[in-house]
Every structure is written in structure tokens, then in C-alpha cells.
Design a protein around this ligand. Sequence first.
Ligand code: NAG
Ligand code: NAG
Ligand code: NAG
Ligand code: NAG
Ligand code: NAG
Ligand code: NAG
Ligand code: NAG
Length: 289
Amino acid sequence: MAVEKEKKTCGQLMGEWKEFVWNPRTHQFMGRTGSSWALILLFYLVFYGFLTALFTLTMWVMLQTVDPNIPKYQDRLAIPGMMIRPKTEALDITYNVTNTESWENYVKMLNGFLEAYNDSRQVANNEFCPPGRYFVQPDNGVMNYPKRACQFNRTMLGSCSGLVDTTYGYREGRPCILVKMNRVINFFAGANKTMNISCAAKKEEDALKLGDIEMFPANGNIDLMYFPYYGKRVHVNYTQPVVAVKFLNLTANFDHNVECKINAANIATNDDRDKFAGRVSFKIRVDRE
Ligand SMILES: *[C@@H]1O[C@H](CO)[C@@H](O)[C@H](O)[C@H]1NC(C)=O
Ligand SMILES: *[C@@H]1O[C@H](CO)[C@@H](O)[C@H](O)[C@H]1NC(C)=O
Ligand SMILES: *[C@@H]1O[C@H](CO)[C@@H](O)[C@H](O)[C@H]1NC(C)=O
Ligand SMILES: *[C@@H]1O[C@H](CO)[C@@H](O)[C@H](O)[C@H]1NC(C)=O
Ligand SMILES: *[C@@H]1O[C@H](CO)[C@@H](O)[C@H](O)[C@H]1NC(C)=O
Ligand SMILES: *[C@@H]1O[C@H](CO)[C@@H](O)[C@H](O)[C@H]1NC(C)=O
Ligand SMILES: *[C@@H]1O[C@H](CO)[C@@H](O)[C@H](O)[C@H]1NC(C)=O
């Protein structure tokens, strides 16, 4: 009996299937009435609508906290880092005067870096600013209003400009190194007081071996006019100030460890955790007969 009951003909199965898809008696489609389907549809509509709204709201709130002109995470301990040019991986400038190949790459790097500082380009792109004070450019209500930059002429680097002496002193063993401070957006470096960069042998007893150095601009000064920096999106023609250091009388065939630091009222240079904070150390060695 039981076995017989489970046996259904093909026609019966088709009938059941048809009834499941559409049951004319109960007006059910796929086992549910129209109102039941409508309720399910409504539920999912509300459910996904809610999810979309939640996502949108979260996104919106997050974007409110993002200023497109300022990186959200600036590696900034209120202390700008310093860097040199030419830059090598280990900040190690070593070459042999008689071996041109050993220094021509340094010259190339300096040429590349200083192209943007060509006087003609500075005059075409940037403004002549009054020295000794910040070049503050408020938005005046216009968001992301383009900012002008102040001229920093290549000729201000004197014999380290690569214009008169095209090898920056490398050929004669009196090389130039450029020292710069990394850009920090909206930072008023110097706190309204003059600042400068100074370089010295890392160990005091090596000072004589390092010999005299010459700085360009004079005294390693960095003018306030180059601050603040407003970020690359609005401050498109900005060229950061640099200081050139010329080693006049390096003792040859000796590893000189040099430290350059910035002397500015609001920049600490003694952060033990960050050896690039307000200072930079590098090695320079000139080999010759
Ligand atoms: C910058 O000036 C140097 C020397 O005058 C020149 O060789 C170089 O082509 C100039 N570069 C640009 C980009 O103007
Ligand atoms: C940047 O330099 C270009 C080329 O000289 C100039 O057309 C543009 O106006 C400058 N932009 C600003 C904001 O100074
Ligand atoms: C840069 O050089 C140009 C042309 O030599 C000059 O007119 C301009 O005043 C100089 N700018 C600065 C800041 O010295
Ligand atoms: C710098 O000094 C000027 C004039 O004394 C003053 O108006 C300005 O607010 C000062 N700026 C800062 C950042 O201290
Ligand atoms: C460099 O700046 C420091 C502090 O701002 C100052 O004491 C020193 O005299 C300056 N050095 C030169 C050579 O101008
Ligand atoms: C260069 O340094 C040596 C010692 O390292 C010294 O005897 C010599 O007088 C110095 N020359 C100049 C021009 O300062
Ligand atoms: C510098 O290079 C020359 C020529 O290649 C070589 O004879 C000399 O030994 C080198 N000097 C040093 C100190 O390496």
C-alpha cells in the first residue's frame, strides 16, 4: 500500500508542479500569495535600502574628514626631515678625482635636481617676494585657490649652481652637496625668526680634517618667504629652498662623516628616534693620489 502511494505517474507529477507554480484555487504563485510576495519584496527593498544608506552615510562622514590637499597621514612629528642631493642609498658620496665615471653621476643628479631652479624658469613661474617674512596666501573663501611660489634662483647657489663650474667642484675635489628640508604642509618654519643650516664633522676631532666649508646662500640662510607650503595640488610651481655646502679643503682618502642640521626656533634636531628630524648625516670621501 505504502509503496503504491509513493508511485505517481508522470502526468500527476506535472500536475503537481503546475499547481505549485500557479495554484488557481488559492491564487498562490510558487507557494505564496501575491500579498506574501509583495511583503517579501518590500522587506528586501527596505533591508537593502537601509544597507545602502548606512554605507553612504559612513562614506560621507569619512570623506568629510579628508582634505584633498593635505595627506591624511603626514609623517610629521612637527619636525621636518632633511635630505641631501645627490642622494645615494646610503647617503655616501665617494669618488675618485681622477676617475671621471666615479663622479659624473653625482653631477647628473645635481643637474636634474637644479633644472627647476633655472633663473629663467623661476622668473617665468614664480614671484619675487619680499625677504624676511612668510608668504601667506589665504584662500579668502575660494577653496583650493592656486598659490604662488617665491623665486629661488639657481644663481643664488654661487659656485655650487653648476652654471659657472659645471662639475660642482667634483672635478677638483671640492664637491658641493645640496641640503634641503622636506616639505611640510602649512608649517611656519622658523617661527618668524631667521633660520639657517649648518654643517660640521660628526666628531669634533675630525673638524680640521674636514676643512673649511662655504655655504650658499651665505651663512646657509633659509628665508621665511618660502613658507608656508600649501601642498602640491595648489602650490604647483613651488620650489623648496636649498642650501649648498661646498667642501673647500677635504682631506683626501678619508671617510668624512658630516652632519647638517637646521637651526630654527621651532625645529628640534635632537630626536633620538628619528635621525632625519631636522638633521641629516652623510659620508663624503674623495680619493686622489
Ligand atoms: C637650465 O639651465 C642650464 C644652464 O644654463 C641649461 O643647460 C638647461 O638646459 C636649463 N634647463 C631648463 C629646464 O631650462
Ligand atoms: C605655474 O607656472 C606656469 C608656467 O609658467 C604658469 O602658467 C602658472 O600660472 C603658474 N601657476 C601659479 C599658481 O603660479
Ligand atoms: C632671479 O633672477 C632673475 C633674472 O636674473 C631676476 O630678475 C630676479 O630678481 C631673481 N630673483 C631673485 C629672488 O633673486
Ligand atoms: C610673524 O610676525 C608678524 C609681524 O610681527 C606677525 O604679524 C605674524 O603674525 C607673525 N607670524 C607668526 C606665524 O608668528
Ligand atoms: C644660525 O641660526 C642660529 C639660530 O637661529 C643663530 O644663532 C646663528 O647665529 C645663525 N648662524 C649664522 C651663521 O647665521
Ligand atoms: C687645507 O687643510 C690642510 C690640513 O688638512 C692645511 O694644512 C691647509 O692649510 C688647508 N688649506 C687651506 C687653503 O685652508
Ligand atoms: C683613483 O683612480 C686612479 C685611476 O683609476 C687610480 O690609479 C688610483 O689608485 C685611484 N685612487 C684611489 C685612492 O683609489
